[in-house]
Design a protein around this ligand. Structure first.
Ligand SMILES: Cc1ncc(COP(=O)(O)O)c(C=O)c1O
Length: 383
């Protein structure tokens, strides 16, 4: 597998000027949408103008080779093969492609967790209704301190009838990191991993995870343009999955490998330029460096919370089961008041979940954040 050429080894702090974020914003919401890289945004907009000014077939000849070059660069970043990669619109679409595309038979069981994203829960519920199968929901031990504890809750729900295991790699609710490779080893099932919260900050080598499929969104941690995603399907298992959407030339062109999941008719081809620049920024910064930086920033934040009166971490925060998504509760305080104060007084942009198992404020720092910003947020939380 050829590695993506690393043109320079940027320090993570130097990434800040490279993203399109307004000055004065303290942005801590990469788990939802991260600011797009400037080069990705500029190149995308330039290409879009070029397309619209001359939409002739002649001017569009560049897009097929461009999509192959983006696919190859992404595959190299993830240690996958280009044939295993589909360029989708987001993780939701990718999760649904798996739920709709697998052949299931009555009696099969689909194991998910109570903290899956709706696109990886509701899609399976619908599929189970259609196919006469059952969805089994594993509890999420939010305060687990080790991968084994997480694994145990899932393992005890696995049975010989388990046909699919579909979990989030890192939960968007409380930032729990599932030991995916250990899980996949255990079960003789299709293992689908929703990587919306790890794709872009984690140094992923997909074959090492020993999973069958993996979803991601470019507009989250990879800092790419909106409405762009990916789906990885392990080569050996591609024949088992049928596409949910077919369009022009599907039969005559016979798209090979995972390309069969992206025949969506006319697409936003100029965005490929943005994806190309996004992958180049990740590769040039270095995924190992991005991972360690994202983890260090979130560890600093978690540690600092101990000095914030009434702030209570939702989750153990143990490094072996945590990623850069940090959920915090404030017992006996009104969440909306804190959320609004952070925004109006400090321009701190985060996410808020009002109720349920994952109620609280969610902070997801990324590599464009500085230590000073982490400390600023901690000071702001003190009131
Ligand atoms: C774990 C997880 N899966 C899937 C999604 C859906 O991502 P998208 O809206 O990009 O499809 C999200 C979004 O927050 C998520 O956190």
């Amino acid at each position: 597998m050829t590695a993506v050429a690393v043109s320079s080894n940027r320090t993570a702090a130097a990434v800040r000027p490279l993203v399109a974020l307004n000055k004065g914003l303290v942005y801590r919401n990469a788990a939802n949408i991260a600011p797009c890289g400037k080069a990705a945004l500029d190149e995308y907009l330039k290409q879009l103008a070029d397309f619209q000014q001359n939409p002739s077939f002649q001017n569009r000849e560049i897009y097929k080779p461009l999509s192959e070059s983006v696919r190859a660069k992404l595959a190299a970043l993830l240690s996958a093969a280009p044939d295993e990669i589909a360029l989708t619109r987001n993780s939701s679409e990718s999760n649904n492609l798996i739920a709709q595309g697998l052949r299931l038979k009555p009696g099969d069981k689909i194991l998910i967790t109570a903290h899956n994203h709706p696109s990886n829960t509701q899609s399976w519920q619908l599929r189970a209704q259609q196919a006469g199968t059952t969805v089994v929901v594993a509890d999420v031990p939010i305060y687990a301190k080790s991968p084994d504890e997480l694994l145990a809750t899932l393992s005890k729900k696995v049975s010989p009838k388990t046909r699919v295991i579909a979990v989030s790699h890192l939960t968007n609710t409380t930032g729990l990191l599932y030991p995916i490779a250990d899980l996949a080893h255990q079960a003789n099932a299709w293992c689908h991993v929703d990587g919306a919260q790890t794709f872009g900050w984690m140094n992923l080598h997909l074959p090492n995870l020993k999973i069958d499929s993996f979803s991601g969104s470019f507009h989250k941690w990879p800092m790419g343009p909106l409405e762009s995603g990916m789906l990885y399907v392990r080569a050996a298992r591609l024949p088992e999955l049928t596409p949910a959407i077919l369009s022009i030339d599907y039969w005559s062109d016979k798209p090979t490998g995972a390309r069969k999941f992206e025949t969506l008719g006319q697409r936003d081809d100029p965005k490929l330029r943005g994806l190309e620049k996004t992958i180049e920024l990740l590769a040039a910064t270095g995924m190992a460096q991005i991972e360690s930086r994202a983890l260090a920033l979130s560890a600093r934040f978690r540690a600092g919370l101990a000095a914030v009166p009434s702030a209570t971490l939702k989750g153990s925060g143990h490094p072996s089961v945590s990623g850069p998504v940090v959920k915090v509760q404030f017992p006996n305080q009104d969440l909306a008041t804190i959320y609004n104060r952070l925004w109006t007084q400090h321009r701190i942009a985060i996410a808020k979940t009002d109720s349920g198992d994952a109620a609280g404020l969610r902070f997801s720092p990324h590599i464009d954040n500085t230590e000073a910003e982490i400390d600023l947020v901690l000071r702001a939380l003190k009131g």
